[in-house]
Design a protein around this ligand. Sequence first.
Ligand code: FES
Length: 96
Amino acid sequence: MPELEFPERQATDTQMLTGFWYRAMPADRVHRHRLYKATVLEIPLVIGRDRLGQPFALRDACPHRGMPLNTGQFDGENLECPYHGWQFDVQTGNAS
Ligand code: FES
């Protein structure tokens, strides 16, 4: 699971405010069929692209018991938690 560091990051977490948009990673480094980890404002994220190439970012913690979703199975549409198998639509975050 690649977690990339980017020296060109806009600001440190302490300078950032919630409720605003921040770049978690450059779009051209996010490829289909792969999951990436990033942390923004001390919030762990799982990032990727769906089968159509649309980007997504979800909190990297299953709402059931908090397992990191980045270690789950991703079929290009749904991300399955590795612990109990709950599945989430990566574009909406809704359980399916
Ligand atoms: S911790 Fe994810 S389904 Fe239970």
